[in-house]
Design a binder for this molecule. Structure first.
Ligand SMILES: NC(=O)c1ccc[n+]([C@@H]2O[C@H](COP(=O)([O-])OP(=O)(O)OC[C@H]3O[C@@H](n4cnc5c(N)ncnc54)[C@H](OP(=O)(O)O)[C@@H]3O)[C@@H](O)[C@H]2O)c1
Length: 317
């Protein structure tokens, strides 16, 4: 249970990756300012988190079951918290989906929206009324650069993050009136199981209903570029956790928080040209005309952003 003065932080999707690292970093806060309720949909996956939490487990970090796709699970979890008090809600749970749209079933697409969009909406609806009553709280969402800029063959995933960005951008205004703050954390690529799950998923697929040219572009042009980008620009889950902790601890938390400044020009390009043509053609050329050049560039970036240099690319400062 949280002690006096401690902030209660509820985090979704803590079995791995970013959620796990945020939970551990906050629970190990030197000043013990947080009581972390780390949630996951299947508690059989708790071992990695428990091990990483070490002494903090059972003290500043407790575990709860929570499936963001289930009304009942969300309600039960929040009801189980003393006075339903959540000071900081971190919506982290999410799933990816890549591939040609023709090969993706409507059910697969709905599952992505059910998790990445409605999962966040469900959490906010359960926690927000109490925050409004208390006139205080902070809601954070692990969004993505793909919530700001679409990326080829990530159509449905990007759409789910765009939907969430629109929802939160709208709600943030009303919440300000109740002293409730909303912050989007917008990472580029991050080395987590997300990447491995995507590669595994793709390797099993046969892409029914997709013409051979599109399958070729996806497998032999997009996928190698994507691997290059992850290797060259990917951050660690700890980088994202550090950024998230900074946002929570800021006296005036920003609404948008891109974690990787190397992506700032990409988003700036989108807003610099209201016709949208600049972004579309730049991405087209990068993928289809300058593939080999991009491979070389990414390898150079990999060297430039290695080790200590990479650790300096975390924003906001
Ligand atoms: N990795 C990246 O490159 C990247 C970049 C930008 C943004 N993000 C975002 O970061 C967030 C975390 O992803 P990650 O990279 O840390 O991937 P990850 O290691 O795959 O973690 C995703 C977490 O979400 C959980 N989850 C999935 N569906 C859930 C559900 N219905 N209810 C509760 N939990 C559920 C997973 O639980 P299970 O173990 O049960 O599946 C897992 O704990 C996601 O929202 C993702 O969109 C990731």
């Amino acid at each position: 249970m949280a002690s006096d003065g401690q902030k209660v932080v509820l985090i979704t999707g803590c079995s791995s990756g970013i959620g796990l690292r945020i939970a551990v970093m906050l629970a190990k806060d030197e000043k013990k300012r947080y009581h972390v309720i780390a949630t996951m949909r299947d508690l059989r996956k708790k071992d990695k988190l428990v091990e990483a939490a070490g002494d903090a487990y059972g003290k500043t970090l407790t575990l709860q079951t929570l499936d963001v796709c289930s009304d009942e699970s969300v309600r039960e979890c929040v009801h189980s918290i003393k006075d339903r008090r959540v000071d900081v809600l971190i919506n982290n749970a999410g799933i990816g989906l890549v591939g040609p749209v023709e090969s993706i079933t409507m059910d697969e697409m709905k599952k992505v929206f059910e998790t990445n969009f409605f999962g966040v909406v469900r959490m906010i609806k359960e926690v927000m009324p109490d925050m409004k009553k208390r006139r205080g709280g902070h809601i954070l969402i692990i969004s993505s650069v793909m919530g700001l800029q679409g990326v080829v063959f990530n159509d449905v995933y990007a759409a789910s993050k765009f939907a969430m960005e629109g929802f939160c951008e709208s709600l943030a205004v009303q919440l300000l009136k109740f002293n409730v703050t909303m912050s989007m954390i917008e990472p580029g690529p991050v080395h987590t199981e997300f990447e491995a799950k995507m590669v595994e998923d793709v390797s099993k697929k046969e892409f029914p209903g997709t013409d051979p040219d599109t399958v070729h572009y996806f497998k032999n042009v997009y996928l190698p570029s994507s691997v290059d980008i992850f290797e060259a620009l990917g951050q660690t889950p700890d980088d994202i956790a550090r950024c998230t902790k900074k946002v929570i601890e800021s006296s005036r938390p920003r609404f948008r928080n891109m974690t990787n400044p190397l992506y700032t020009p990409i988003v700036a390009m989108k807003y610099a040209d209201e016709t949208g043509g600049l972004s579309v053609h730049a991405f087209y050329n990068l993928l289809f005309n300058f593939g080999p050049l991009m491979h070389v560039t990414m390898n150079v970036m990999k060297c430039l952003t290695c080790g200590c240099l990479r650790s300096r690319t975390i924003s906001p400062n």
